[in-house]
Ligand binder design. Structure first.
Ligand code: IFM
Length: 421
C-alpha cells in the first residue's frame, strides 16, 4: 500500500489508495446521552467546573441520522463504540435488548456503505465494575473478557474491532483520579484538556503543569485485558482486532533522548509493544510536545492554541504514525482519531489538510496505513466540558438538530476523490 505512485522515475501526485477507509469517530458516553449506569455518569457534577453529559447529542436514538450525514458527504466508514454499562448494567446481567440496539447500528452502517469500526470500551465502565475496584481488581481482565464474549455475538460480520480506547489515557486517568480525590474541592481537570493556555479557551483556568504519567500497574492490567479480549474476538469473529493508543508525538530537545525514551515508554511504548501481535493499531494524535531535561514540557502559550489548550501542530499525526510503526515493528496502522477543537471551522480544514499531507508522506516512506477516521463526527461531551468543539457537525443541545460544518463536505470530498486539494 503506497500513497504515491512511481512510474519510470516520475513521481505522480499524492493520492490515497481506493480501498482506504475514510470516516469519523465517536464514543458512546460522549454522544449517546443518559449513560446512567456508567462510572463517569456517577461522578459528573462532583467537582466545580465539571459539566454533565445529560442527553449528550441523543445519538442513542439519532444514530441513523448521524450515519446518514457521513454517508451523504462521501465517507465509507464510521467508528463508534459499544457501551459496556448498557450491555451489562449489573454484574453478570447482560441485556439482549441493548445488544440488539448495537446490532441495529452495525446493520445501519453497512446499509449506508459505512464500514463499521467498533470500539468495545472507551474510557467508561459500568458503575459496578468501578465499585469492584476498577481495572486494579484482580478479576478485572476476566470481567472485561466476559463482556467481550457476549458482544462478539453481534460482531460476526464486523471487520474492525478495537478492544480498549487509549489504554494509556485510561491509566493516566486513574493517576489523575487519585490526585482529584486528594483535593475534592478542586476544579475539575478533564483528562483531555491540557493545563496551560492563553489560546482560544477563556474559561479554562491556567494550571501549573502537564498531565501526570499513566499508572503502569493499571497499564499492565489493561494489557492483560486486551490480550484476553483479542483472543476472544479472534475465536468468535473474523474481525481484525487491535486497540487504539493516544500518541503525544513527543520530541526530544537536544541532549534529551534518554529522558524521551523513559517518558515515552511509560506513556506510550508499553502499550504499543502490546500491539505487535495485533492485526492493526489505532493511532490517535492531536498535537506535539517537547521533552526537555525535566520531562514533558507544557504546551507553550500561543494565540493559535486550541480550545483544549494544545499547540496547533498538524505535523503531530505524521510523527505519531512513524513512531507507532517503529515501535510496533510494522503492525498496520489505522488512524482512529485526529482532529482539532476550534470554533473557526476554517482552522479545522487547514489543520486536517496539513495532517493528511504528512500522513501521505509516511505512506510514501512505506508505512502501512489503512485509513483515516477524524475525531469527531459531532461536537460532543469532552469529558466534563462542552466548550471544546471537535465536530464536523454542530449539534443544538436543546433540539438535537445537526448542522454540518463546511469541514464535513471538505473531508467528504477528500474521501470521494482520495486526494487532498
Ligand atoms: O474526546 C477525546 C476522546 O474521547 C479520546 N481521544 C481524545 C479525544 C479529544 O480529546
Amino acid at each position: 500500500m503506497c500513497a504515491l505512485a512511481h512510474r519510470q522515475g516520475v513521481t505522480m501526485p499524492v493520492a490515497f489508495p481506493p480501498q482506504f477507509l475514510w470516516g469519523a469517530s465517536t464514543a458512546p458516553h460522549q454522544i449517546e446521552g443518559n449513560n446512567v449506569n456508567s462510572d463517569f455518569w456517577a461522578n459528573e457534577g462532583r467537582h466545580p467546573g465539571m459539566e454533565r453529559s445529560g442527553d449528550a447529542c441523543d445519538s442513542y436514538h439519532r444514530y441513523s441520522e448521524d450515519m446518514q450525514l457521513l454517508a451523504d458527504a462521501g465517507f465509507n466508514s464510521y467508528r463508534f463504540g459499544i457501551e459496556w454499562a448498557r450491555i451489562e448494567p449489573a454484574r453478570g446481567h447482560f441485556s439482549n435488548a441493548e445488544l440488539a440496539h448495537y446490532r441495529r447500528m452495525i446493520d445501519t452502517a453497512k446499509e449506508l456503505g459505512l464500514e463499521p469500526v467498533v470500539t468495545l470500551q472507551h474510557f467508561t465502565t459500568p458503575r459496578w465494575f468501578a465499585e469492584n475496584g476498577g481495572w486494579l481488581a484482580d478479576d478485572a481482565p476476566q470481567l472485561f473478557g466476559a463482556y467481550v464474549e457476549r458482544v462478539c455475538s453481534i460482531l460476526g460480520d464486523v471487520n474492525w474491532v478495537a478492544t480498549i480506547n487509549e489504554p494509556n489515557m485510561l491509566a493516566m486517568m486513574a493517576s489523575m483520579a487519585q490526585l482529584m480525590a486528594s483535593a475534592e474541592a478542586s476544579d475539575w481537570q478533564s483528562p483531555t484538556v491540557e493545563h496551560s493556555s492563553n489560546g482560544e479557551s477563556e474559561s479554562a483556568p491556567s494550571r501549573p503543569s502537564v498531565l501526570p504519567d499513566p499508572d503502569p500497574a493499571i497499564g499492565r492490567r489493561l494489557i492483560a485485558a486486551h490480550e484476553i479480549a483479542r483472543g476472544t474476538v479472534r475465536r468468535l469473529t473474523s474481525a481484525k482486532v487491535g486497540w487504539t493508543v493516544a500518541n503525544g508525538a513527543l520530541v526530544a530537545r537536544p541532549g534529551c533522548d534518554e529522558v524521551l525514551d523513559r517518558v515515552q515508554y511509560v506513556r506510550e511504548d508499553m502499550y504499543l509493544e502490546a500491539s505487535r501481535a495485533d492485526d492493526f493499531v489505532g493511532v490517535q494524535s492531536y498535537s506535539s510536545q517537547w521533552v526537555g531535561p525535566d520531562g514533558v514540557e507544557p504546551h507553550p502559550p500561543h494565540p493559535d492554541n486550541t480550545l483544549v489548550n494544545t499547540a496547533y501542530r498538524p505535523d503531530a499525526l505524521a510523527i505519531a504514525v512513524r513512531h507507532t510503526a517503529a515501535v510496533t515493528d510494522g503492525t498496520p496502522v489505522l488512524v482512529t482519531e485526529n482532529g482539532i477543537a476550534v470554533t473557526d471551522d476554517r482552522r479545522r480544514i487547514a489543520y486536517t489538510g496539513e495532517a493528511l499531507k504528512g500522513l501521505a508522506e509516511t505512506m510514501q516512506d512505506g508505512v502501512d496505513v489503512r485509513g483515516y477516521l477524524h475525531w469527531s463526527l459531532l461536537d460532543n461531551f469532552e469529558w466534563g466540558h462542552w466548550e471544546p468543539t471537535f465536530g464536523l457537525v454542530a449539534v443544538d443541545r436543546e433540539t438535537f438538530v445537526r448542522s454540518p460544518k463546511p469541514s464535513l463536505q471538505w473531508l467528504g470530498e477528500v474521501a470521494r476523490t482520495g486526494k487532498v486539494a
